[in-house]
Structures are given as structure tokens and as C-alpha cells.
Design a protein around this ligand. Structure first.
Ligand code: GAR
Length: 189
């Protein structure tokens, strides 16, 4: 059994989708959700799903407290699902090639510090891009970098607003993120 910890900072639609996707899977299971903003709606979603959710402040990630907690829970993989802090080296060292992120654009474009959520969609529209999409990747120590596992695209039209583009991206995320996680774990062991 591979145990997943999901890290999230906000709404938690991806966290919910991933948890539900693996609910009846005998090999992969969402063990817990970790969040770093006290009022994040993902905590309510976790309660509804019956998944333990744990709040940690930023310094607990950097100090190694979160890493130690994950090790006591025998976590195998960390999934970043709308998690907005930079993952510190201690977690990268303890989970080598085992931390997977989703980004709501076609990296390497529109990534990096400050590029999250609606900021990404605003930048894509301001640049008059004809397409955007999602990037699912194994992380390294830099924001939105690492090894790409999968990208999916959607069109961007002159009528799109950050909200309508976010909805298109949301559909792609719901469709592909759990399956890409599953394939990676099955192949990676
Ligand atoms: C998602 O669109 C995800 O791709 C994005 O935040 C949103 C979280 O939504 N992540 C980033 O921007 C990371 N740089 P959710 O909380 O409803 O899953």
C-alpha cells in the first residue's frame, strides 16, 4: 500500500478529487491532508471526506516538523494540490522524486514565485496566449520546476476572463491529475 499526503493551501477541489479517486483503491490511499492556512476550505472538505487534516504553519515545514510527522505516518508520496509555499530541502531529501505538483499553466511559461491561481490566468490572458493548460510534474527545489510527467492543453479565446479560463483548467485538473499520480506511482513503485 502506498500512502499519500496531500498538501493544500486553499479551496481543495483537487485534494477532494484525488481522495475520492483512490477511495476504493487497494494499492494507493490518501492518508492525510496537510494545510498551511487556518481558514482554508480544504479543511472542511477533509472533514466531509473523513480524511485527517492537519494544520502546520510555514515554519513547521522549514524546521523539519512536517517531515518528521510524515515519516511517523509512513507516507510514501506527497501531492501538492494548490499548495503555495516553496517545499524546503528537508522534504525533498526525505521524499526524493516522490513529491508531485500541479500547476495551472503550460510550464515553463507562467511559473515561478507569485504565479499561482488567478495570477497565472491573468498573465496568460494579458499575453494574449491562444492556449493554456496544466502541467503535472515531479518537483525540485525551485518553484514550478522539475520533471514534467504530463501536460494537457485548452484554448484561450478573446472572450476568456481569468474566471472562465480557471474553469477550463479546473476541468483538466479533475480529469487528469489523479490518473497521472496513479500511473507514476505504479511505474515508480
Ligand atoms: C489549482 O488550479 C492548482 O493548479 C493551482 O491552485 C489551484 C488550487 O485549486 N496551483 C498553483 O497555482 C500552484 N502554483 P484547489 O485548491 O481547488 O485544488
Amino acid at each position: 500500500m502506498k500512502r499519500l499526503a496531500i498538501f493544500a493551501s486553499g479551496n481543495g477541489t483537487n485534494a477532494q478529487r484525488i481522495t475520492e479517486y483512490f477511495a476504493n483503491n487497494g494499492d494507493i490511499h490518501v492518508e492525510l491532508i496537510i494545510y498551511n492556512k487556518k481558514d482554508a476550505y480544504v479543511a472542511q472538505r477533509a472533514r466531509n471526506l473523513g480524511v485527517p487534516a492537519h494544520y502546520f504553519k510555514r515554519t513547521a515545514f522549514e524546521s523539519g516538523e512536517v517531515r518528521d510527522f510524515l515519516l511517523t505516518k509512513h507516507i510514501d508520496y506527497v501531492i501538492l494540490a494548490g499548495f503555495l509555499l516553496l517545499v524546503p530541502q528537508n522534504l525533498l531529501d526525505s521524499f526524493p522524486n516522490r513529491i508531485i505538483n500541479i500547476h495551472p499553466a503550460l510550464l515553463p511559461k507562467y511559473g515561478g514565485r507569485g504565479m499561482y491561481g488567478e495570477h497565472v490566468h491573468e498573465a496568460v490572458i494579458a499575453a494574449r496566449e491562444k492556449e493554456s493548460g496544466i502541467t503535472i510534474h515531479v518537483i525540485d527545489g525551485n518553484y514550478d520546476q522539475g520533471t514534467t510527467l504530463y501536460q494537457a492543453k485548452c484554448t484561450v479565446t478573446g472572450e476568456d476572463t481569468p474566471d472562465t479560463l480557471a474553469q477550463k483548467i479546473h476541468v483538466l485538473e479533475q480529469q487528469y491529475f489523479p490518473k497521472v499520480i496513479e500511473d507514476y506511482i505504479v511505474n515508480n513503485g
